[in-house]
Each structure stands twice: as structure tokens, then as C-alpha cells.
Ligand binder design. Sequence first.
Ligand code: ATP
Ligand code: MG
Length: 900
Amino acid sequence: MTSERNPRFSAARVRQDFLDFFAERGHRVVPSGPVFPQDDPTLLFTNAGMNQFKDVFLGTGTRPYKRAVDTQKCIRVSGKHNDLEEVGVDTYHHTFFEMLGNWSFGDYFKEEAITWSWDLLTKTWGLDPERLWVTVFAGDAKDGLLADEDAARIWIEKAGVHPSRVLRFGRKANFWEMGDTGPCGPCTEIHIDRGGPGSNPLDGADPKIGVNVGNERFMELWNNVFMEFNRLDDGRLVKLPAQSVDTGMGFERVLSVLQKKSSNYDTDLFEPIFAAIERSTGKRYEASATQKDIAFRVIADHTRAVTAAFADGALPSNEGRGYVLRRLIRRASRFGRQALGQKDPFLFEVVPSVAEVLGGVFPEMRARAEHVQFLVKSEEESFGKTLDRGLVLFENVATKLAKSGSKTIDGGEAFELYATYGFPQDLVELMARERSLAVDLSGWDRAKEAHQNASKAEGKFKQVLSAEALASVKPTRSTCHEEGARAHSIETDVLYLGKAGSDAAEIGVVLAESPFYAEGGGQVGDSGTIEATDGSFTIQIRDTKRMGAVIVHLGKLTRSSGSDPSELAKKKVRASIDVVRRERTMKNHTATHLMHRALKEVLGAHVAQQGSYVGPDRLRFDISHPKGVTADEIERVETIVNEKIGENSAAKTTVEKLDAAKARGVVAMFGEKYDETVRVLDVGGWSMELCGGTHVRAAGDIGPFVIVSERAVQAGVRRIEALTGPEAVKYVQDQRRLVRDVAASLKSSVEDIPARLEQLQTQLKEAKKKGAASAGGDVAASFEKLKGLVVARGDAHVLIADMPELDQAGVRDLADRAKSMYSKMAIAIFGREEGRVPFVIACAGLSPKVLNAGVVAKAVSVHLGGGGGGRPDVAQGQGQAESGVPGAIVEVERAFAVVG
Ligand code: ATP
Ligand code: MG
């Protein structure tokens, strides 16, 4: 690719232009929210710029500004917005893209939004108005909504757009709703005509080939939504008290237009990524529609998406978000295999180029590039193994079919290859065709549907309280961080008391003020009681959650007889937390901070928080770290934390500006969305971290600290659990008791346990030796049994034996003996040893061209997991999975079918 690109329209400049344009018009430039919401498991990925302002539109949250502008990291591969199938095939839908947006929260409305968007496109960037088309809402009879004449008039009169270029569309295209309920309103879109040889500039209005009929020539650039209504549970629309604006423009799309390219992939946002793919695959990108070039685009796109998600703290897994990401890696890897001939991991080598291109705007991608690479590489490796196993499975299915005489592969079984092994439909069909088989596609579709329903984690916004309940409350004033008694117990008013969630027995309470800490930042929500001051009711609160700035207390209500239920919400109440539970939680929370800092000191600066749980019982902390934390490292961390506790420094919380805090090196979490003013916890100037949780006053309050376990959660992530205070003391006592009991049963003192164990082990070894010498009889018995399993095939003999009573040495010994039984022979023997499966494959008197023991051993290993191989005449291995033995035997039978 040659780039005769105008530096005026480099990616960095254009992005900055957008931010500057709106900053000059009074907008606060805010950072992108994370690419997936940390606190909303129902929304897998951020799919629009407005996601991070959801609470403002719902009325549960506020911001210290009324106008905002940003570039938001978005991923559209699941739920309502899913563009996966388009990616790579077309040139302007990505899984990951940046959405440029400007917002008015009850401030300016249609006129400013429309004229500014027009000015930016046509004046600042100089786009030809003759190539632009705008759409406005045409009204909807069912909702009793009139056409958006205001917008049409503003486009024509204020922006100067020719009336023939203002097109009208119905509810589907031009009325935007966040969900089934909630804020909504008409929208107006700007589309660009990308032309083409001899095209008529008036085609945009043609209902057959123009705007909004799926013609790639007309591409949507920018959507401006005018939030005017709230849709209630019963479907009615009511006017919102304040009118807002929410816009979104595809950055990659506008960039391709400004750089005069016909494809988003030909911009400087992608070129370095393609260069990296070329380096690691040795193939060249030629921007064509061939499978090779589609593969390049898919790989570039998917690597951007997983880099963004992993940098923000997501992890590959078997469900929900992590599963979607795993499938993206597999899809890219498969394109690499099929179209670029890449058998070995290579995607991980592309990651640094993404970090380089996007690291300037999204520094977390650069900071965590190594971590992302590690995750991607381990996924690629495990996918390689899975594919091999899937190929064997396909062979089994095909062989079984051949036996039954059928020619059609069951749809469910074929889909399994997709769901478990990542084989796409076209690949399964191709493999089937190569063996003259067909796939039952309607069965495939049924299985797919069932699978999708099962794995659909994404739905409507799951809300503890309904939109209407929330509309009647104000943000809660939290007192949990205050000094003195009010941090634990206060008298206040009830703002809402009623149904919450789906559990009929549970009620939700919203108060004017609350000392309850709402679950967040890993710390559990408080429990406690809310009692009417006149004694007419009590609510046992079991948990506390946050919805925007509203704190919702969840629990069970007990009412004294005779009290009037409709009066409940009018009472004064006393809200008191369970202080003992909170104090234990605080010890664990402050200890988590100290441990985080100590881990960075002992393991290195790459250690970043991947998740945490802080409760009254214990603390759990997940970190990114590529290998196990050694016992020695654990001890060092533990020692450092206890030293810091001993120093008893004050744990001080300050409230400061986010930028200032970051500038002085305060640790923030990747992928977390922070307010502009934040709380910082500082313990002795040693541990400084952003944190909204509750903490002890001085490190000494934590008491003793012990780490009780360390393990892998998955590749690249370790989980550490620890205890503090009385729980730590109890743990140490339990351990001591255990050691004492061991000593007693060994008839030894605690100090002498190691010596006593060594002595016992020596005795055991000697006993085993003697036993083995006298076990010759058993081997002889096994050999007799083996003889009975030999089958004659023509002039040769075949022996396939599963002998769980044999260990590795026994398997070898018997294979040797069996080999001398006949002159032409194929042998396979499987044993067991401590959960593993030792096996030997051997041939005697057979040409390696007919049967190669080394090759059979490799095929067998695929079933057993673990290694195997050797010479053509004898090969052995050690399988890891006993469950694979039946499959391994089928494999051997198939291989030995050539004998005789
Ligand atoms: P389209 O019809 O082209 O898929 P859309 O109606 O889904 O677009 P919106 O939800 O209105 O788009 O999103 C706002 C803007 O984000 C669009 O105008 C477009 O420029 C951009 N955009 C949407 N989806 C993608 C995507 N998958 N890749 C790149 N940009 C996108
Ligand atoms: Mg779309």
C-alpha cells in the first residue's frame, strides 16, 4: 500500500479535531469509558458512546458538566448490536471501533446539535455537501408521534441543506430507544454517498438504491439522537423534564472518507497492523475481496477488539463476555490457518502493533501489551490442541456414519464441532463434502438456536428497582465516610419502599441519607437494620446495592400488627449497619491495598488487579502474572505486609481531582470508570490507590495477616486469598493443631517430623523393592491374560490390550515379551499409573510404510492428552486422561486395520 495521505487528515489529527471542535463549544472532554462495563454483567460490551452516561439519562446519576465530548471504545459482537458477520467482508463494520460523540444533558438541543455537526463536516473538514444526505423521523401513528419537523426545518433553514437531501424514515431507522423502557427520542442521521464511476449524485433519494436500503455506496456516518421522552413500562411515552442530545459518529468511517479511501482498512489506523501481519505470516495484503485479504481484515479487526478488552481487564473464558472474546481469537486464528497457512500461534505477534496505533489515545493498551500478548498466545496454543482433537472427533463421526451407511451428518453433532471446537459451519461442510457426506443444516440451526438461548447472558438492563420507582427518588447522601457515629447509624427519611428485583419476599428501600456501603470496588454491601422510629416496622437488610447515585437497601420487612402499609414510606427511620461485619471487612480491604503494593514490589510492576472480593470473612485478589507465585515470594509478600501493619501508619483518605491523583502516581485500576473527583487511600505514603471503599484508620488495626492460598484462575491470572485479624489467628491455630496431630500419628515430635518422614519413606522403598521381586508371579498372570487377547489376521497377529493393573514398567515388560510371540505382529498395551495412562505401541516384522508405531502413538496421545512418540518399530507415551482410553483404543483399531 502506498500512502499519499494528506497529513492534515491523519488519524490523530482527525480525532483531535473532533474533541477540539466541541471543546471550543463548551464541552468537557472526558475519557472513554471501559470497553465493557465492570458493574453491569447484563451488558457484555460497551456498544455506544452513551453507555457510560446511562445513569444520567435514567436520572439516577449526575455529572458536574452539561456538555461532554469523547471517543468511546465500542465492541459490537453480541446482543442487540452484532456486526460480526459483516467484519472483513465489508469495509466499514468492525467488531471494535471508536465512536466519537458529543452530549447535552438537559442543555442545548436540536438546533445546536444539527448545525454543529454540519459545520464540522462541511466547514472544518470541507466535505462536499452534495455528497451528504440527512434523514429525519417521519412520525409514527401507533405512538401518536408526529414527524420531526423541527429537525427538518433546522437542516434546511439553519444548516442550508437542500430540501431534496432531507429524507424521512420511520421508527425503525429514526427513533432511538435505549431499551424496552427508559429515555428515547427521534434521531437524525448523516449519510455519505461514496459515489462510483458514472454515479448519479441524486441516487441517495432513490428508494431502491439510495440511503438506508443496504447499498454500500451510502454509508451512515453520524447519528444524532434527541432524547425527549421516557417510555414507561406500559408502553406509553411521556415527555422528559429535560431534553438531551446523544450523538455517535464512527471514527474509522469518517477517517476513510477524509483520507479519500474506499475502505476503513486503508487508513493509517490499520496500516501498521497489516504490516505486522505481513511480517508474522510472510503474506502480502492487497486490499482485495479474496479470502486472503478478508483474513487480513478479520485478523486486524479481531486483534484490536481482544487487545482493547483484555487491556481493560476482561479474560477469555467459557461463558458470557470471555466466551465471545475466546471465539474472536479462534475466528481470527482459523482465518490465519485457512487463508494464510498459519499453523502456529501468530496473532500474539500482531498485538504490539495495535498497542502502538491506539496506545496514544488509550494508554492502557500500551501499558498492558505484554499481558494481552500472553493471554492471546495461550489461547492460540490451546485452540491448536482443541482443533486437533476436533479433527479426530470429526473422523469418528464420519467413520461411524460410513458403518451405518448414512450420508448425512446429524446437525446437532456437527454443531458440537462448532460450539466446542470452534469449527465454523463452512469448514464442517467442506470436510463433510471431502468425504461425500452432507450436513443436516436445519438440525444445525436448531442446535445453534438452543445454544444461543443458553448462552444469552445479555438482556434488558437488569434493574433492582424499576425505572418508575427510580424516577421518584433522589440520589442518596452517603454518610459511610463521615467521622463519628453517623458513619454507622443515622436517623433519616424513606424515599422509596417497595418491590425490588424478582423475589417477591424482598423489598428495596431508598433513604434520603444512608450509612450503608453499597457493593462496589470488590467490597461487599453492608447488612444491618432499618427501623421505624415509632416501632411500627423493622427491615433486616441483607445487602446494599448502588444504582447510579441511588443506594438501594435490600431485605425483609417485619410489620407490627395494626400498622398501615400505605404509611410505611412516610415514617422516620433509624438506619444502622452491622458494625462488627463492617469492621472485619475494613481490615480486609486495607490489607488488600497493602498486599497489592507488596506484590508489585516482589513480583514486578506488571502486576495489575484483575478482580477482587473483600468481605468480612476473607479477601481474595486476582492479579495478572504469567506464572505461579512461589512459596518464597508468598512469604516475602506476607512479611512485607505484616511489617507495614507493624509500622502502624495512618490510612488517610483524601478527595481530589482524578488527573491530579494520577499525576502523582496513585494506582488506578485498568478498565474502571472513575468520576472526576475521586477518593484516594494513602497508607504511610507507601500504598496510594484510588478507592471508594471503607478502611481502617491505621494499618495496625488490621492485626495479623496471612496468605492462605495461591493458584491459577486461568492462563496469566493468579488468585491469592488471605485472612486478617481474628480469622488469621484462627487459621494459624488450625494449622498448628494439624501439625501437632500429624506428629502424634507419626509418633514423633513436631520438630522431628521431617526426619521421621524420611525414615518412613526409606522403609517404604525397601518394602516396595522386595514386593516387586516377589511380584513376578503377577506379571506372569498378566502375560497369560495377554496371550488370550491376541487375534490372528492373515499371516500376522494383532494385540490390543487395556490392562489397568499394569504400571509403566509392567506395560514395557509385557510389550517386550509379546513381541517375541509371533514374527509379524502389531501390539498396543495401555496401563495405569497414578491417574496417568502409560502405553506402548510396537510392531514386529511389519514394514514402517504399512504401520508406523511412532505415528500411531502420536494419534493415540491426542485422545489421552499428553505426549507420545518414538521409532517406527516401538513407541511409548504417558497419557494424562483416563477418560480418553476408549477413544484411543478405537484409534488403534483403525490404525491396525491395515495389518494382515
Ligand atoms: P449501520 O447501520 O451502519 O450498522 P448503526 O445504525 O448500527 O450503523 P449507530 O448505532 O447509530 O449505527 O451508531 C452510530 C455510528 O457508529 C454510526 O453512524 C456509524 O458511523 C458507527 N458504527 C456503527 N456500527 C459500527 C461498526 N460496526 N463499525 C464501525 N462503525 C460503526
Ligand atoms: Mg449497525
